[in-house]
Design a protein around this ligand. Structure first.
Ligand SMILES: C[S@@+](CC[C@H](N)C(=O)[O-])C[C@H]1O[C@@H](n2cnc3c(N)ncnc32)[C@H](O)[C@@H]1O
Length: 256
């Protein structure tokens, strides 16, 4: 049997690595725990900033605002690792791999600053990041609705919707909007969890005002069908095997 290998790091090596991080502070945002710490601390020390988008489109799933607002109000910032599911593969793609600092990116439904920090961590410039949510928990996040994005046509090279599309009862309209604001040759990234017991399509089996079931997608083809003839190339995809719970994710290059 082979001997277990141990990795030991000396105190001076640790100190030097901390110095490296201090000189390159955006690298702190590669740590989910640092993203969560800073976002939560800024939220609490900033007086729990909260703005709600007033003009809800009919595509907004009933309960979407109440559900997300309740979670924020109990300081629940949710998962700090989930954003890596789309952001990690996105970062590996051209032109993001080398060109992120100069690319305009829109993140729809970040909920907290954690997702913005993550984008900074992988190289996007803070000034090129736009974030929009029905519920804004930060001045860095515009209030707005994914069914009616307040941005000009073709204004972003990357558009991300990370675990948001499920909150729509008109997902086609949400996808049409993502494509409209995406540049020719730009990338659209969509992720959601498939829960087979809830079925597929638009689902609304709410038992209370804070419940939300939303729409369910079990396969990547349900996303590509919505993109239709604007799909240029599938850069990254994943879907559950068979009828199992799991992530459905797509990063697609868009053509106009
Ligand atoms: C589950 S959180 C996703 C947080 C983060 N993106 C992630 O991947 O962990 C869903 C977010 O989408 C937002 N949202 C839901 N419907 C929306 C809509 N119509 N327009 C914009 N944001 C919406 C919610 O307010 C919430 O902040």
């Amino acid at each position: 049997m082979s001997k277990r290998k141990a990795l030991s790091i000396s105190e001076s090596q640790l100190r030097e690595m901390i110095n490296i991080l201090v000189k390159n502070p955006s690298d702190f945002f590669l740590s989910g725990q640092c993203r969560r710490y800073l976002a939560l601390d800024r939220w609490k020390s900033g007086g729990r900033y909260l703005r709600i988008h007033e003009e809800l489109d009919e595509g907004v799933m009933p309960g979407a605002v109440e559900h997300n607002r309740k979670e924020l109000e109990r300081d629940d910032f949710g998962s700090y690792t989930r954003t890596l599911r789309l952001i990690n593969p996105l970062k590996s793609l051209d032109p993001v791999y080398g060109g992120a600092p100069n690319m305009a990116v829109l993140t729809i439904g970040p909920r907290t600053e954690m997702e913005i920090f993550h984008l900074i961590g992988v190289g996007f410039s803070p000034s090129n990041i736009t974030a929009l949510d029905l519920i804004s928990s930060s001045p860095l996040i515009d209030t707005g609705d994914m069914h009616n994005l307040p941005y000009p046509d073709r204004s972003f090279q990357v558009v991300i919707s990370s675990w948001v599309i499920g909150y729509s009862s008109s997902p086609q309209r949400a996808v049409d909007e993502m494509i409209r604001v995406c540049a020719d040759g730009g990338l659209v990234a969509i992720g959601a969890t498939y829960e087979p017991t809830l079925g597929r399509g638009v689902i609304n089996k709410r038992e209370s005002d804070s419940d939300i079931n939303g729409s369910m997608f079990g396969s990547v083809s349900e996303f590509t069908d919505m993109i239709g003839d604007k799909l240029n190339y599938i850069c990254f995809q994943q879907e559950p095997v068979g009828e199992q719970k799991g992530a459905v994710m797509l990063i697609a290059r868009i053509k106009h």
